[in-house]
Design a protein around this ligand. Structure first.
Ligand SMILES: [Zn+2]
Length: 122
């Protein structure tokens, strides 16, 4: 086995671990948010650090669950306001109630329901 091959493999492994960590951190954030929002925010920060360092994408499921500005974990109806708008294109407006930051996402694709969510087995 060449060194180059090993490095590549290592890199792949690193990305896989990073992805799993991000997923876990967001899941934890959601779980602790009701009674420890500060801790939830810390989990988000750690997840974002991993994301930046290893350059793995934030899972779609969690992409809208944090504020891009203050990095708070967002829960619609608690610390985030969610509004649907149709013009000029169908989009969701999410307002972070912590810092007032507004994020817009097109939502057409969201209509398609994701049916198969792979379980964590590999
Ligand atoms: Zn914010």
């Amino acid at each position: 086995m060449s060194k180059k091959f090993l490095r590549k493999k290592e890199q792949k492994e690193k990305r896989k671990v990073a992805k799993e960590r991000i997923e876990t951190l967001f899941t934890l954030a959601e779980r602790v948010f009701p009674y420890e929002p500060e801790l939830a925010n810390r989990y988000v920060k750690i997840a974002l650090e991993v994301h930046q360092k290893v350059k793995v994408p934030i899972p779609r499921k969690w992409k809208r669950r944090y504020c891009k500005k203050c990095h708070s974990f967002l829960v619609p109806g608690v610390n985030a306001r969610v509004r649907l708008r149709d013009k000029p294109y169908p989009h969701v407006v999410i307002t972070c109630l912590n810092c007032g930051h507004i994020t817009r996402y097109p939502y057409l694709r969201e209509k398609k329901r994701r049916r198969t969510q792979k379980a964590h087995s590999s």
